[in-house]
Design a protein around this ligand. Structure first.
Ligand SMILES: Cc1ncc(COP(=O)(O)O)c(C=O)c1O
Length: 397
């Protein structure tokens, strides 16, 4: 018996990591050791004190019940988020109305589109992008409008020269700096310009600040909410504990900002999910309010890996620049393979060297010609991968 998915499901591109998984399996079956720099899934452990808090809280009966937005554990987490924001960005938030915990930021980003987009509403999505920014729009049945981003403009969207008709029908704009996959970073002056552009517009600006803590060489990632007047707009900012505290599998993130936007998102969610396991909420509060040395240690790990990867690739003739933030490196495919698409090149790399990266087109059509490496293997493995890539670059094809 055949099944017929909804059209909006059929409009979704094939999930990138499914394709990569198949390529990896084939290479593994041929006896190749895989160096997996594909998916941005942190390999380091969650800090011990956070795991201990989870275990302690999981034993308490009250915490095993359905989550309730006005419950005590829920209030503890929302207050922890608001005080983290104050300490980190000097932004004041009302924990009751301007903070909403999420089952990971991906969940919240997808549901934001569902909560706000009608079939004739436009969502402006800079491209390349983290896939849920555009896939969420497709799933919600809205109109996706890609704003091309290029290296020439430091992977920033040109909001100022958009078609006026498009801008006037836009209900949502996604932004995200530090940026996955391009590693582009923004300073507060860029966010000031965005806030100025957003004044007198009703559209919702959603900034995804997933990589706020994964920063190097003195760069500090600002919050768009630091801009004076930002809170007068329909502006929200997404965060996650997945990357800063290696809690990707726990599924915990949050969104802060405009209370009316958050109320509608909470309303949409209330028809779909039952909130977050309370023990996870309390452990997340511990992560945000407890000692932060774990982030410093994590940054040392990523920084060393970044240097090994970037210096290594440059030394074998594959030009790549050092990212100031995120745990990715983004570069054009080597000139020798210019005739290949980024997907074809990625497949060749896995097949010949066992090194897995992500093709730029997994992040949208404007990622063509690029690949992304995630720094989620240890230095030794990265070095091994570079040696094998060297062979590929020096072999005649
Ligand atoms: C830019 C960006 N946003 C959101 C997410 C999703 O994070 P979470 O684990 O909180 O769903 C990721 C994960 O890689 C990401 O890179």
């Amino acid at each position: 018996m055949s099944v017929h998915e909804a059209n909006r499901m059929r409009r979704l591109p094939l999930y990138l990591f499914t394709i990569l998984d198949n390529l990896k399996e084939e290479a593994r079956a041929r006896g190749l050791e895989i160096v997996d720099l594909g998916m941005g899934s942190p390999d380091q452990p969650t800090p011990k004190h956070v795991v201990e808090e989870l275990c302690k809280q999981a034993r308490i009966t009250e915490n095993q019940r359905y989550s309730r937005s006005d419950g005590e554990p829920e209030c503890i987490l929302k207050e922890a988020i608001a005080s983290w924001y104050k300490g980190r960005f000097n932004v004041d938030l009302n924990p009751e109305t301007e903070v909403l915990p999420l089952i990971g930021s991906k969940e919240g980003i997808a549901h934001l589109s569902l909560a706000f987009l009608n079939h004739d509403d436009i969502a402006l999505v800079p491209n390349p992008a983290y896939p849920v920014h555009f896939n969420g729009v497709i799933m919600a049945g809205g109109i996706l409008y890609n704003i091309p981003m290029t290296a020439e403009h430091d992977f920033k969207p040109d909001l100022w020269n958009l078609n006026k008709e498009v801008t006037s029908r836009a209900k949502l704009l996604f932004l995200s700096y530090p940026h996955n996959p391009t590693t582009s970073v923004a300073d507060i002056s860029f966010f000031k310009k965005v806030v100025d552009w957003g004044k007198n517009k009703e559209l919702i600006i959603a900034h995804d600040l997933t990589y706020s803590d994964i920063v190097f060489d003195g760069y500090k990632a600002p919050s768009i909410l630091e801009v004076p007047g930002a809170k007068d707009l329909n502006l929200v900012e997404f965060h996650t504990l997945s990357k800063s505290y290696n809690m990707a599998g726990w599924r915990i993130g949050f969104v802060v900002g405009n209370s009316a936007v958050l109320a509608s998102l909470a309303k949409a969610k209330s028809y779909i999910d039952f909130g977050i396991f309370r023990a996870i909420q309390l452990a997340a509060a511990k992560a945000l309010t407890g000692p932060q040395d774990c982030i410093k240690e994590l940054l040392e790990v990523y920084k060393s890996r970044r240097n090994v990867l970037v210096d290594g690739l440059n030394s074998i003739g594959w030009p790549i620049s050092k990212p100031k933030a995120t745990f990715y490196a983004w570069t054009r495919i080597p000139p020798k393979f210019n005739a290949l698409t980024s997907m074809e090149f990625t497949a060749l790399l896995v097949k010949e060297s066992g090194v897995v990266c992500s093709p730029g087109t997994g992040f949208g059509e404007y990622g063509e010609g690029y690949v992304r490496f995630a720094l989620v293997e240890n230095e030794e493995k990265i070095k091994k991968g570079i040696d094998r890539i060297k062979k590929l670059l020096t072999t005649e094809y």
